[in-house]
Design a protein. Structure first.
Length: 339
């Protein structure tokens, strides 16, 4: 009897241990489901990334010498502001020459038009003489050869009209060619003054005055502070639930108390191996999808002084529509605490 009682006690302990283990496994599974499943209770996913600001390279179309550089690194500028000026001495000399050619063409056209008028008068006089000679020949007062002479003279004057008219066309074409050259040179001179294509901030001043640069040579790098985004990498279970335009947040390490509203602007169509410099939410996720979170232009401009390329932080996205659609500000402590 004592042996039977002891065996029953051991069986009860084993059953109790199994039950406790099952409860522990169940609790662990519930914790994993909240923090890492494809439909977490918080419905938020965090991914580390770096802030990226759209860069615009300010470069010259023409080779030449830089006369002045009007900006400094870190300077905020407006669209149309002068960034640099290049030497235009040679172009201005060419422009003066082409303007002289245009004036000469105008004078040649005027002279040719005068020739047309003179030849027209001569042709009318030759026609009158021919008509008179024809009457005299009919009356037998002049010979056939004299009539033919007057006819040839009339034909020559008419040919002179055609030649003078052609000269007018040539002079007009020369004038138009010169005017096209003037427009081209004036545009080239204007292009030698490099201006900002948009509002932004100067990141790098690449050259200094007196530098000689080739065509396409960079003068400065401009940051378009209205185009800011962060790239994060998410596992496939999360990427499959994201849609372009979904709400997101960007939280910078430099300003953890200022979550910036963003939108999902891009989700890669193909998975890739997660870059080594990116920490994923789950180390076991080897393949991930690149997702771009873009700040609205108004938000980017509002925080332009804070936003700098390369700032580290994290991007937070919703993996599904929240049932209560609670405000992001109320969930700040929750998504900052996600591991």
């Amino acid at each position: 009897m004592n042996n039977l009682t002891a065996k029953l006690g051991r069986y009860k302990g084993f059953i109790l241990g199994v039950g406790v283990s099952a409860l522990a496994v169940s609790a662990a599974w519930g914790t994993w489901a909240i923090l890492g499943s494809s439909t977490p209770a918080h419905q938020l996913f965090k991914g580390n990334g770096r802030l990226e600001v759209q860069r615009v390279e300010i470069a010259t179309k023409f080779p030449g010498k830089v006369v002045t550089v009007e900006v400094q690194e870190g300077q905020s500028i407006k669209a149309g502001d002068v960034i640099a000026r290049m030497d235009t001495t040679d172009l201005e000399g060419q422009l003066a020459g082409v303007q002289a050619m245009r004036q000469r063409a105008i004078q040649a056209m005027g002279r040719a038009q005068g020739e047309v008028q003179v030849q027209s008068i001569k042709a009318r006089v030759a026609q009158l003489e021919l008509d008179n000679a024809s009457d005299l020949h009919h009356d037998g007062l002049i010979s056939q050869s004299e009539l033919q002479k007057r006819q040839a003279q009339r034909d020559g004057e008419r040919a002179g009209i055609s030649i003078a008219t052609s000269a007018v066309g040539e002079a007009r074409a020369a004038k138009e060619e010169a005017e096209a050259g003037i427009l081209r040179l004036r545009q080239a001179i204007a292009d030698h003054t490099l201006r900002a294509p948009m509002d932004g901030r100067i990141e790098h001043r690449v050259v200094e005055p007196s530098s000689v640069i080739p065509a396409g040579g960079r003068v400065a790098t401009l940051l378009d502070v209205s185009q800011v985004h962060m790239t994060i990498f998410v596992p496939s279970a999360i990427a499959g639930q994201l849609r372009i335009g979904d709400e997101a947040r960007i939280v910078l390490d430099a300003a953890p108390d200022v979550p910036l509203p963003a939108k999902v602007a891009f989700v890669a169509s193909d998975a890739q191996f997660t870059p080594k410099h990116v920490e994923t939410q789950k180390e076991r996720d080897k393949l991930s999808y690149r997702v771009k979170l873009a700040l609205p232009e108004s938000v980017a401009l509002q925080h332009a002084a804070l936003l700098k390329g390369g700032l580290t932080g994290m991007g937070v996205v919703r993996t599904s529509v929240a049932p209560a659609d609670s405000a992001w500000s109320e969930q700040r402590d929750e998504f900052l605490a996600l591991k």
